[in-house]
Design a protein around this ligand. Structure first.
Ligand code: ATP
Length: 351
């Protein structure tokens, strides 16, 4: 087990800065996740942690040992880091057993047999040892790739979009299985994905990257409910921003009236702000006084996601069980169910 600590890490290609001052800490046995849009620098950061890219400034420490800084670079093979990548390339000419045993082939035959069999049973593929990769499904191959990476008991496991080539259902099941397996083995791991559900299912800590910067590093719950930046809120789930002013007693005056939460995150008295309103903050309630008109409707299985237009023309998103349908143009009542208010300075344009 290891801890991973990044302090102000910068990685560049030529004169371009790709990873820009990233700091975070991952404790022993924790699973971390880097989220963010395509091209924001997630893979580059993972490669820097693995030792494949040098850092131009800052420090990467693994178990309190400095592994990367401008003056120090421990090569990848000396870091004791395991890796699983998107294309998970198993060796096609080796059996499943031989693939998993690859990183521990210096151990005795008996040790190899025990470790491989244990891992195969942990990934739910006991008895698959004699097969070849082409005789496995994509999900099974992915689990073998994971077992192979875990066999040498790495200090840290890095996973870059490991489930992206699999279908949604399998992705979700595998994410849960892999989390259990990592916890059983007590492995510290860092996963890169652009899939928020996957991150939520797997991570103890997660962060959202944008243009090389890490905007927030928090629990998945914290990212969703206390986003530190409007781009984090944008990336993590749908919602709208409603303009308002913070009044004396930390209530916010908006087109929906005076909003008040038990807790107010961000915003100071007198400030012009945007309030984050998520669909789960609103209930359609025909007895409610606040009126709105349904202008769009999207089917989400158990729920419909409605867009409701307020009298001043602003829009809100709200969710309601799909056993009842509201029609486009229908007048509805909206009840707010906000327990805390998340505020961002309005008119932001900085990222
Ligand atoms: P995705 O989710 O699409 O995989 P990402 O967040 O992992 O994206 P990176 O692969 O880290 O993003 O790439 C970040 C930026 O760095 C991109 O603009 C990419 O073109 C650039 N980049 C990556 N590798 C190199 C390289 N070897 N030389 C020059 N630029 C590079």
């Amino acid at each position: 087990m290891s801890q991973l600590k990044l302090s102000n890490v910068e990685v560049g290609f030529g004169r371009q800065t790709i990873v820009d001052g990233v700091s975070f800490y991952l404790g022993e046995g924790e699973i971390g996740c880097l989220l963010g849009p395509s091209g924001c620098g997630k893979t580059t950061l993972l490669r820097a942690i693995a030792g494949f890219e040098p850092v131009t400034s800052g420090r990467i420490e693994l178990n309190e040992q400095l592994v990367s800084s401008p003056g120090q670079h421990i090569p990848p093979e000396k870091r004791g880091i395991g890796m699983v990548f998107q294309d998970f390339a198993l060796f096609p000419h080796l059996t499943v057993f031989e693939n998993v045993a690859f990183g521990i082939r210096n151990q005795s035959t008996e040790e190899q047999r025990q470790r491989v069999n244990l891992l195969l049973s942990h990934v739910g593929l006991a008895g698959y040892g004699p097969r070849y990769p082409h005789q496995l499904s994509g999900g099974q191959q992915q689990r073998i790739a994971l077992a192979r990476a875990l066999a040498p008991k790495p200090r840290l496991l890095l996973m870059d979009e490991p489930f992206s080539s699999l279908d949604a259902e399998l992705r979700e099941t595998l994410a849960a299985q892999v989390r259990n397996l990592l916890k059983e083995e007590g492995i510290t791991a860092l996963l890169v994905t652009h899939d928020q559900q996957e991150a939520f299912a797997m991570a103890d800590r997660a962060g959202v990257m944008y243009h090389g910067r890490l905007l927030q590093w928090d629990t998945p719950y914290g990212l969703y409910h206390r986003p530190a930046h409007h781009l984090v809120a944008d990336f993590i789930g749908v919602g709208v921003l409603l303009h308002g002013f913070v009044t004396d007693d930390l209530q916010v005056d908006t087109a929906l009236g005076l909003l008040r939460g038990d807790e107010v995150v961000g915003g100071t008295e007198g400030e012009s702000v945007d309030v984050l309103i998520r669909p789960d903050d609103i209930v359609i309630d025909d007895t409610a006084e606040r009126r709105a008109k349904i202008v769009a409707r999207g089917f989400r299985g158990a729920h419909f996601l409605y867009t409701a237009e307020l009298a001043d023309g602003s829009h809100l998103l709200c969710m309601a069980p799909s056993h009842h349908q509201y029609d486009i143009g229908e007048d509805v009542g909206l009840r707010l169910n906000l327990d805390h208010l998340v505020l961002f300075p309005s008119g932001f344009c900085d990222t």
